[in-house]
Each structure stands twice: as structure tokens, then as C-alpha cells.
Design a protein around this ligand. Structure first.
Ligand code: PMV
Length: 312
């Protein structure tokens, strides 16, 4: 069994986070500038156990020492089931990621996708993108209890998606390339906490919050059409409106709001938080030529962790 290397991209949610947990559609795209890698090599000496080596999270241990519900253990078990294998050979599994953790770029799902694909390839197990996505979904449950499935789907297929729970995946078509500046607010967040926080609000005042969730759903349907038509100015307005809805769901922070305001004052078409909120990343939509100036200004304001991504 030769050494195998598999990569999976990060992702960004363009529209519809949180509402997607409640069955509304959302739009997400892969961000190949940041990625996770899983490398697997055989262990020749038969008495050595399978080891997971993930220096980014200071991990170098036999896989059997991890708790049963850990994503690495879950993925390994699911791959074994898919291949109908009774026994796995001893392997050295190296995990590495350039995706910042807990920032809304899908680091957990990307590691799961890279690992699932590397294991299947290494073990010679036939697999589809749907298999890989389903395995990463199970692992996502460890990161937060009720994942919508958008992260594992966009990353496993590595394509822009219009995603809705329990519905066939639709691909998005981008009428004209769009330039995004992804800005890390520097605040780490927990998707689990943010999703639970919204669930508590919905439980206390369902009428009010369900209406916001429905409004986000309609906005996402509109955004899909606008993405196809290439009307970037309108797309920017929709982003800003989506940010307002996320504020109403209480998932924004003063730093994220400040970044949105900075972007708008600098002449961006639109901006919003992206992902679970409570920190993490936000995105700015602007003209290609304008991005370097906006990026410079954002750096001056103290936010040095940015990615310029052209989505096409
Ligand atoms: O983990 P994040 O920051 O990419 O957020 C995921 C998006 C949510 O809609 C908040 C949760 C989900 O499972 O869709």
C-alpha cells in the first residue's frame, strides 16, 4: 500500500448560516487557499499500532487512545464499514491544516473529508463524494450537536452549493467572478454555543425568530438568482441585509459589526459575518481593483489575517 496524500479545501458561507439549521437554504463556496491534508503511510512493523500525528493540535498518539466519539475514530470506523473490512492494517496518519480553527472556515469538516478520502484511497475502497460527505457529517456532530450538513457537503464536493437539508444538492452558477476579502476578527467562537444560543431564542419566542429565519431563506433564494445574473451591487446589498438578520439573531459581535462598517465606509458593495458568528470570519464583497485598498485599511485597523478569494 503506497503512501497516500489527500487534500480538502476550507469553505465560506456566502448566505444563509443559522437559518440553514432550520431547513432554509444557504449558499457556500470552497476556499482552496486554505486546506487540510491527510497523509497515510503503512507501518511495516506489525506490532506497532495505528498512530495519529497532528502537530497543529499537539497530537501524536495511538488512535486507540482517543475517545470513541472523536472524529478521527469515527471516520476510521465509517471507512472500515464502507469497505466491509474486518480489520485495518497499522498506519501512520499525519493530519495538517492551514485553516484556522473555530473561525467559520470549516476546519473540522475539511480535516474529516481529507482523512476519509485518504483512508479510502489508501485501503483501496471505492467511494463517492456523497460517501465522503456523509462520513464527515457524522464527525461534524462531534464539533456541534446539530450540524446542518452544509460544511461537509461543500467541502466534500469542492464546488459552490445551494444547500438545503433533506433536499438534493443544487450547484450554484456564478454569472461574473466575485472578489471577496475574508477577514478574521481574531475572536474564536464555538459553533455549538452559537447554534444552541439561537435555538434557545427560537424556543422562547418562536413567532419572532422563525420569521427572521424565513426572511433569510427568501433572501438566499434571491441571492442565488443574483449570483447567476452577476449583478454584484445587488449582491452586496443582500449581504448587508443578511448581516442585519444575523444581528437580529444575536450572533454578531461589536468587532464583526465594526468590520462591516469599515468595509462599507471604504466603498465595498456589501459585507457580513460568515459562519456561526460570535467571532470568527466576516466577508467583504468589493470590486477587484478596490480589494487591495480595503485590505490595507483593514490591516491598519489591526486585522492582519485576511484572504483575498476570487469566486468563479
Ligand atoms: O462552523 P461555522 O462557523 O462554519 O458555522 C456553520 C454554519 C451554521 O449555520 C451556523 C451551522 C450549521 O451547521 O449550518
Amino acid at each position: 500500500m503506497p503512501r497516500t496524500i489527500q487534500k480538502a479545501p476550507g469553505k465560506i458561507i456566502l448566505f444563509g448560516e443559522h437559518a440553514v439549521v432550520y431547513g432554509q437554504p444557504a449558499i457556500a463556496v470552497p476556499i482552496p487557499q486554505r486546506y487540510a491534508t491527510a497523509t497515510i503511510e503503512p507501518i511495516i512493523r506489525g506490532d506497532e499500532p495505528t498512530r495519529i500525528i497532528a502537530p497543529d493540535i499537539q497530537m501524536d498518539i495511538p488512535i486507540d487512545d482517543l475517545p470513541y466519539e472523536h472524529p478521527f475514530v469515527q471516520i476510521t470506523k465509517l471507512v472500515k464499514d464502507l469497505g466491509k473490512l474486518h480489520h485495518l492494517p497499522a498506519m501512520k496518519i499525519h493530519i495538517h491544516s492551514t485553516i484556522p480553527v473555530s473561525s467559520g472556515l470549516g476546519s473540522g469538516a475539511a480535516v474529516s473529508v481529507a482523512l476519509a478520502r485518504a483512508l479510502c484511497t489508501f485501503l483501496g475502497i471505492e467511494h463517492t463524494n456523497a460517501d465522503i460527505s456523509a462520513m464527515a457529517y457524522e464527525a461534524e456532530k462531534y464539533h456541534h450537536g446539530n450540524p446542518s450538513g452544509i460544511d461537509n457537503t461543500v467541502i466534500a464536493y469542492s464546488r459552490g452549493i445551494f444547500y438545503q437539508r433533506e433536499q438534493p444538492i443544487k450547484w450554484i452558477t456564478i454569472g461574473r467572478p466575485i472578489d471577496l476579502l475574508i477577514v478574521n476578527s481574531g475572536e474564536q467562537k464555538s459553533t455549538r454555543i452559537m447554534v444552541n444560543q439561537v435555538a434557545e431564542k427560537v424556543a422562547v419566542n418562536p413567532e419572532y425568530y422563525n420569521q427572521i429565519i424565513l426572511n433569510v431563506g427568501s433572501l438566499v433564494i434571491q441571492a442565488k438568482k443574483i449570483l447567476e445574473s452577476g449583478d454584484i451591487e445587488t449582491l452586496g446589498k443582500l449581504m448587508l441585509k443578511n448581516h442585519q438578520y444575523l444581528q437580529e439573531l444575536h450572533v454578531s459581535t461589536s468587532t464583526l459589526d465594526q468590520l462591516v462598517m469599515l468595509a462599507m465606509n471604504a466603498g465595498a458593495f456589501g459585507a457580513k459575518l460568515s459562519g456561526a458568528g460570535g467571532g470568527g470570519n466576516m466577508i467583504i464583497l468589493a470590486d477587484h481593483e478596490q480589494i487591495p485598498d480595503i485590505e490595507h485599511m483593514i490591516h491598519q485597523a489591526g486585522f492582519s489575517n485576511t484572504i483575498h478569494a476570487t469566486i468563479q
